[in-house]
Design a protein around this ligand. Structure first.
Ligand SMILES: NC(=O)c1ccc[n+]([C@@H]2O[C@H](COP(=O)([O-])OP(=O)(O)OC[C@H]3O[C@@H](n4cnc5c(N)ncnc54)[C@H](OP(=O)(O)O)[C@@H]3O)[C@@H](O)[C@H]2O)c1
Length: 409
């Protein structure tokens, strides 16, 4: 059985117990700025924090290690594969559907009857997968309803063009699953042609642009959901809105930091989106953590480490196990209600679903509304949208995007 969100207090799954007794208190605390009192790495100016305190950082790493050792036990109540409701008539876009977790998510959603759009950078591979899945179907089952659309998150023009093509259909979109991501472990810092640090663009900026530009279609499909495949690694990230590319020299670039920061930026952006979007729009946003999963994500590790990674299957989920939290977030009927509860309680973070399909509390830093607001503003600037883009799109007004040379509705 998957998680029951109805009887859960907002955000009170684990670490959040320390952070206050309710959403309003946490929000007030977040507005007051980061905690002080010897945790280290405090501010250059009043209320400005420049890095995670050592306690937050240690807690974050303990969470990562704890997830590795205990995820299988914590998720032992879940069926594998997760049982999905019938999804006939539900339109779902999945990015990065040609490998790992995204491939599993896509296959299961299509087999549950969804109209699935595989948004991928390698359309040929996607078409081969469809053929394979189709061949696996029994004679009595319906043909799969899948299409392939090209999307390369390394180019914001590609993202804008993708959204433009989809919006032109004037069709409803019920679920957007921002799954595609990279973790170029141990590699030197790289930048996209748009000028952004690669992890930040592929894991945060491009999915944020996609969600914003698809908003007209998501509103048409409301109640609808944006599911971001996030990571426990967000707990060791720290986002300085003035240094999203990690180029100022204040924070030395490391691939794990680029990855963690991009995942934290995504939680922060999603949290402001969740706060600002009116309940009547019916678009819910969720960050789902898949657990530690055996996929191609470790392809950049040295060969010896890749071999070691393969030798630890007991602890590591396979992609089917890793797909459960995202599939739960995308399809369980309790999820919209849970998001609405968090909104009405003014909880400072969007809904987060853990690998065991239970609510998860995001890191302490994710609760800092002040810095989340800064990340929101900076992200909109970086993805070429005006600061009032959300409000305009909700009103059905045209919004000019710097990328793709197109107008969102
Ligand atoms: N594996 C884990 O332990 C773990 C843990 C926490 C979170 N996650 C998150 O889970 C998500 C899926 O990762 P995974 O583990 O399944 O890794 P994966 O096997 O490497 O799959 C990543 C997918 O993203 C696609 N992708 C990468 N760059 C892209 C781009 N520029 N444009 C479009 N698509 C792109 C890849 O396309 P190709 O097939 O063409 O390469 C692939 O389909 C990521 O967001 C990752 O951060 C993974």
């Amino acid at each position: 059985m998957a998680g029951d969100l109805r009887h859960r207090r907002a955000g009170g799954a684990d670490a959040g117990e320390e952070e206050g007794d309710g959403g309003a208190e946490a929000a007030a605390k977040a507005k007051a700025g980061p905690p002080s009192g010897g945790e280290g790495a405090e501010a250059a100016g009043p209320g400005r924090k420049e890095a995670l305190g050592w306690l937050e950082w240690s807690r974050g790493w303990m969470g990562v290690v704890g997830e590795f050792f205990f995820q299988r036990i914590a998720a032992s109540h879940l069926a594998n594969p997760l049982e999905l409701p019938p999804l006939d008539g539900v339109s779902i876009i999945v990015t990065g559907a040609t490998s790992g977790i995204g491939l599993e998510i896509a296959r299961q959603l299509a087999q549950a009857g969804a109209h699935l759009v595989m948004a991928v950078r390698r359309p040929k591979v996607a078409r081969e997968l469809i053929q394979k899945w189709q061949n696996e179907q029994t004679e009595v089952s319906m043909p799969l309803n899948i299409e392939v659309m090209e999307l390369d998150l390394i180019s914001l023009d590609s993202v804008a063009r993708f959204a433009d093509t989809w919006n032109a259909r004037m069709a409803p979109l019920h679920v957007l699953i921002n799954n595609a991501g990279i973790f170029t472990i141990g590699e030197p810092q790289c930048f996209t042609k748009d000028g952004y640090e690669e992890h930040m663009q592929v894991n945060h900026l491009a999915p944020a642009l996609l969600a914003m530009l698809l908003l007209p279609s998501l509103i048409r499909g409301s109640p609808s959901r944006i599911i971001n495949v996030n990571s426990v690694m967000h707990t060791i990230g720290f986002v300085d809105a003035e240094d999203m590319n990690l180029t100022s020299g204040k924070h030395k670039y490391r691939s794990w930091l680029g990855y963690s920061n991009s995942k934290l930026a995504q939680v922060k952006f999603s949290s402001i989106f969740h706060k600002r979007i009116p309940a009547e729009a019916g678009v819910h946003t969720v960050c789902a953590s898949p657990g530690i999963v055996h996929t191609n994500v470790a392809r950049d590790l040295p060969k010896i480490l890749v071999a070691g990674y393969r030798l630890i299957p007991y602890f590591i989920f396979d992609p089917q196990e890793g797909s459960r939290s995202t599939l739960f977030a995308a399809s369980d009927p309790q999820v919209p209600e849970y998001c609405e509860t968090l909104k009405s309680e003014d909880w400072p973070v969007c809904a987060c679903i853990n690998y065991d399909c239970n609510p998860m509390n995001a890191s302490e830093e994710a609760h800092n509304l002040e810095t989340s607001q800064l990340v929101w503003e900076k992200t909109l600037e970086m993805i070429g949208l005006p600061s009032d883009a959300l409000e305009k799109l909700i009103e059905g007004e045209p919004v000019q995007c710097r990328y793709g040379q197109q107008k969102a509705e």
